[in-house]
Write a protein that binds this ligand. Structure first.
Ligand code: GDP
Ligand code: MN
Length: 388
């Protein structure tokens, strides 16, 4: 789960990581009020879950409260497009107004979980090329990136802080405050089950102090149950609407770019089905696992979520009936098709418990569907339907 910059900065503040003073505003009047309180030049920043806001016109400097009002008026309500939002952009409903800083250097700092075999630990990445995308730095001048893996049993050590400080060319006087920031970031990351934390840029002010000017923080979804205060920061407006609906229906759904909708039980079978669709020359529109004990109601919800994607031109239903019986799947599909006026063609592959009963129900329903027995046969039939 991602959170907004202003929420991440509030956490930073709480954990002793220096951030600019500021506040969040939903209207230009509120933005002006915050700027008045800060009594000096400010920066007005769009709050969306995507980077590249600066280049996209979502970050504006304002010398006076009146200019902050004007900047907020321009940014609020805009459909901000950055390289991370996709072509449709994201609607801005809040801005962060914070004291502008006089920056001497811009550094890059992040923490992530390295899952590769034999590593499996938290890693610090730092670079003197802050303000730039780290992917670009990695491509053009990888020698500018300093890495430091933290052994989970040993924890973050002072020598690692020194290594990173030297790699960034920090002065002797800056090393202790820098080490303090690293220690606090590591504690925050571990305590709250972070999966990615990025500060780009970590500014060095003219006075030589550090200040996190940007903050991106992502949490491990599987750890959220331990942190209700983090879960409370969830912003459903930032997510794919269909994925939110799927979450409510307890269905594992990930929207993809293709046009063959998939309904499958079991994550492994769902992945295999997607592979087979691609092998047959099609593109899956989604990953969807209805789970092992789905009721007809849940099948109906899953079906509606798939059909609500405007790109979907046919649906492949691949169910291996075990605990989830084929007749209950058919009941759900019939329920869904009669409750909605959906008339997309379907390919149905039912195998396992109560298969014959499931098929009979579908045949008697008058729905538009094609039966398949084999896995690959089902994928081929679905792709063939796209041509017709
Ligand atoms: P992003 O483009 O979404 O990553 O948003 P950032 O928070 O990184 O802001 C974009 C750029 O605005 C940063 O790289 C900084 O160069 C600049 N910026 C942000 N805050 C300040 C500030 O307080 N003072 C100055 N001078 N520049 C700032
Ligand atoms: Mn940034």
């Amino acid at each position: 789960m991602k959170i907004h910059e202003y929420q991440a900065k509030a956490l930073f503040w709480e954990w002793g990581i220096p951030v600019p003073r500021g506040g969040v505003a939903a209207t230009p009047e509120e933005a002006r009020g915050i700027a008045e309180g800060l009594a000096g030049p400010v920066v007005v920043k769009a709050q969306i879950h995507a980077g590249g806001r600066g280049k996209g016109g979502g970050v504006k400097a304002a010398a006076t409260p009146e200019k902050a009002y004007e900047a907020a008026r321009q940014i609020l309500g805009m459909q901000l497009i950055t390289h991370q939002t996709g072509p449709e952009g994201k609607r801005v409903s809040r801005v962060l107004v914070e004291a502008a800083s006089v920056i001497d250097r811009e550094l890059y700092l992040s923490l992530l979980v390295d899952r590769s075999r034999g590593k499996e630990c938290v890693v610090f990445l730092a670079s003197e090329a802050g303000g730039m995308e780290i992917e670009q730095v990695a491509g053009e001048s990888p020698e500018k990136i300093v890495r430091c893996a933290v052994h989970p049993a040993v924890g973050f050590s002072p020598f690692q802080a020194r290594k990173l400080a030297v790699g960034l060319g920090l002065s002797a006087a800056q090393r202790d405050p820098f080490a303090e920031i690293l220690r606090n970031l590591y504690r925050l990351f571990l305590e709250k089950d972070g999966s990615l934390l990025e500060i780009n840029p970590l500014a060095v002010t003219r006075a030589g102090d550090f200040l996190a000017l940007d903050a991106k923080l992502t949490f491990d979804d599987d750890g959220l149950y331990r942190h209700p205060e983090i879960l409370a920061l969830h912003d459903p407006a930032e997510e794919e609407l269909l994925e939110v609906l799927a979450g409510d229906a307890s269905v594992n759904y990930i929207k993809l770019a293709g046009n063959v909708g998939c309904m499958v039980n079991g994550a492994g079978l769902a992945m295999t089905t997607m592979d087979l669709i691609k092998m047959a020359g099609g593109e899956p529109a989604n990953f969807l696992d209805v789970g092992g004990s789905a009721s007809p109601e849940r099948i109906e919800k899953a079906f509606r979520i798939i059909a609500a994607d405007p790109n979907v031109r046919c649906i492949l239903i691949n169910i291996f009936g075990g605990v989830l019986r084929c007749d209950r799947v058919s009941a759900g599909l019939i329920q869904a098709a009669t409750h909605s006026s959906m008339d997309l063609p379907m390919v149905v592959r039912l195998q396992g418990t109560h298969r014959d009963e499931g098929r009979r129900m579908l045949e008697a329903s008058g729905l538009r569907f094609t039966v398949a027995d084999g896995l690959y046969e089902a994928a081929e039939k679905a792709v063939a339907l796209l041509g017709g």
